[in-house]
Write a protein that binds this ligand. Structure first.
Ligand code: AGP
Length: 631
């Protein structure tokens, strides 16, 4: 979703801004822009273009834009089409204030109506444009108090304006009255300050900062900061000055490199054996007394003893991981578990039950719906004076420094390294592993599985990395061939059952989001209750058939599809029954519990190759954003 970069220092701002914006491209956007202030003339130069960042770079065409202070933005359209007039930065009517914003100003219409009555003419359809006009009005008021034109005055003006804003935002403001200053502020949208040599950079995410410095200060919610080349001042919402130590960026938060892969998504699919190794190294330890492996999350699991049920909140792919997690927690560990779309949970939460563990799953840690749903759950549980209802929270995330990382103290960091492709692959895989860890912990604490059963599941997890490597190599080739035959298809049905039903959903989501082909996932047994009406020879069916309790049932459901002339692709090991498939994407035999971790691989590869064959922008599919920071 929108990305912000802002810089003040002694070096030329433009290259720093463009470099930062390039590193934020992965968040998803449809227009881009910059504003740079010349500290001598105090002029603000603003440049914006529709479409990709390269359009902005071409438009700037090596123009010499002097100035060491600037702001930049990649915009993902919410209010107003992706057109130049709606691209950020937005300026006030005097051209002396420029603003970039990520978020949604929910009361913008009321504010706009008031400003229009004061004869302010709006040039865009955005919610953001109210902000520079409001700041200008505020600065006019402050000038009557004879405040000096400096960064502190801008800080006061911005603080007064944001107190009138409803919604969520991260913003950066330039003012010609204080040409070396920047004011930045955030509420429920991320902003991180990087402390470079002779410069400060503020951005929506760490990759935009990593080229300049590896020392960062993440801003807390509702903080506002003044940045000048001489230093930074941070204030909380009560206007109290904040002092805290900066932290170092991890290497994995810095590197964005496609290596020799054509797309990040393919690289990230190939990263998965390493993702599994990292996760095992981080979370599996051998008990020196009994020689058995156990899961070692960075919090004491004693509190699991009193947990009677689990609620999981997530969106998109993270929700599919949560659904596999729910299956494991119920069927392996015997804990009643519900999974909720965060966007639904926010407005129709289930009645409160005691002794509940709430798990938020979000790779980015910034998904607005997930953060808001978790926040609501924390508030409604904290308001009850009964310890059985107290909030018990765990977050599963790839960004422990993110909003969810600050919201929740028990974090399972999935340690997948930055994922650039909008379509989640390796983070999904690491989220799945994290649920295996939780299920094992719960089964141990609750005594719902024998030591042997737990040891067997752990040894299947330990064996994963080489299996995954071979599986990826094999299906990279086979799915490329299949993609050649199917790249023009209009509809695809994915079937799975039990623990693999969410994998069918995830396979369908992957195909939809990067290839724009309609796809739907169903529990295989539901086909005959409606979706079977869709089938004919033009609609291939991809059926996940893992040996286990429901194997024969899945094969029968696949037969029903074949009888309607559908081309049948099987995701299954070679065994009795799988000869019905027109094409078998072979999976190694394994314990049924771990089959999701294998079955997802050919589905990711097939989606990737179909989208690549169609010549689409695999890593930045249209209309999508990597972290969805608006509701
Ligand atoms: C994944 O391929 C999707 N792009 C999307 O569904 C994503 O999983 C969803 O927006 C949730 O993101 P999060 O994990 O960062 O919360």
């Amino acid at each position: 979703m929108c990305g912000i970069v802002a810089v003040t220092g002694y070096k030329k701002a433009l290259p720093l801004l463009l470099n930062g914006l390039e590193k934020l491209e992965y968040r998803g956007y449809d227009s881009a822009g910059i504003a740079v202030i010349n500290s001598e003339t105090k002029n603000i130069t603003c440049n914006k273009t529709e479409g990709k960042l390269k359009n902005l770079i071409n438009n700037l065409n090596d123009k010499n834009i002097p100035g060491t202070v600037g702001i930049g933005h990649t915009r993902w359209a919410t209010h107003g089409k992706p057109e130049v007039k709606n691209a950020h930065p937005h300026v006030d009517s005097t051209g002396t204030i420029a603003v970039v914003q990520n978020g949604i100003i929910e009361n913008f219409q009321d504010l706009k109506n008031k400003l229009e009555k004061e004869d302010i003419i709006f040039k865009s359809d955005t919610d953001t444009e109210v902000i520079p006009h409001l700041i200008q009005r505020e600065l006019n008021t402050l000038s009557k108090l004879k405040l000096e034109n400096n960064g502190s005055t801008l800080l006061v003006a911005v603080r007064n304006v944001i107190s009138d804003l409803e919604g969520s935002y991260a913003l950066a403001v330039l003012w010609s009255g204080a040409p070396t200053s920047l004011v930045v502020a955030r509420k429920q949208a991320p902003l991180i300050i990087g402390l470079g040599e002779g410069e400060f950079i503020c951005a929506s995410d760490t990759p935009a900062i990593a080229n300049f410095t590896n020392i960062i200060l993440p801003m807390e919610d509702e903080e506002i900061a003044l940045l000048t080349p001489l230093g930074i001042e941070i204030y909380d919402s009560n206007n109290e000055r904040q002092y805290r130590n900066p932290v170092s960026l991890k290497v994995s938060e810095q590197i964005i490199d496609k290596m020799n892969f054509k797309h990040f998504m393919l690289k990230e699919i190939y990263d998965q054996p390493e993702t599994a190794k990292n996760w095992l190294e981080n979370y599996l330890i051998k008990n020196s007394e009994n020689g058995r492996y156990q899961i070692n999350y960075p919090f004491d699991t004693d509190f699991f003893e009193e947990i009677e049920r689990v609620d999981i909140i997530a969106c998109g792919t993270s929700k599919h991981a949560a659904m596999v997690g729910s299956f494991l927690l119920e069927q392996f560990s015997g804990i009643p578990t519900n999974v909720y779309f965060a966007s639904e949970f926010r407005y129709s939460p289930p009645p409160l039950l005691p002794n509940t563990l709430t798990i938020g799953v979000t790779q980015s840690g910034e998904t607005a719906d997930t953060i808001a749903a978790m926040d609501m759950e924390i508030k409604r549980r904290s308001s009850i004076d009964d310890k059985k209802f107290k909030p018990n929270l765990i977050a599963i995330t790839n960004r422990k420094e993110s909003s969810i990382g600050r919201q929740v103290s028990k974090i399972i960091d999935i340690c997948a390294g930055i994922e650039v492709g909008v379509a989640a692959t390796k983070t999904f895989f690491a989220q799945l592993l994290s649920f295996y860890g939780l299920a094992i912990n719960f089964a141990q604490v609750k005594g719902t599985k024998s030591s042997n059963e737990i040891d067997q599941l752990i040894s299947e997890l330990i064996n994963l990395p080489p299996l995954l490597e071979a599986l990826i190599d094999k299906h990279n080739e086979s799915s490329k061939k299949l993609a050649h035959d199917f790249f023009n298809i209009k509809d695809v049905i994915f079937l799975g059952r039990g623990i693999n039903y969410p994998i069918a959903l995830e396979g369908a989501l992957k195909l939809k989001e990067i290839s724009y082909i309609h796809a739907a996932g169903y529990p295989a047994g539901e086909m005959k209750h409606g979706p079977i009406a869709l089938l004919d020879k033009k609609v291939p069916v991809i059926s996940i058939a893992s040996p286990g309790e429901v194997f024969d049932k899945v094969i029968s459901n696949a037969q029903e599809a074949k009888a309607r002339d559908s081309y049948l692709i099987g995701i299954a090991p070679e065994c009795n029954g799988t000869e019905i498939f027109d094409c078998l994407m072979q999976i190694p035999s394994s314990n049924e519990w771990v089959t999701p971790l294998l079955n997802i691989i050919p589905l990711q590869l097939l989606s990737y190759h179909i989208a690549a064959h169609r010549g689409l922008d695999v890593d930045q599919p249209r209309n999508l954003a990597k972290s969805v920071t608006v509701e």
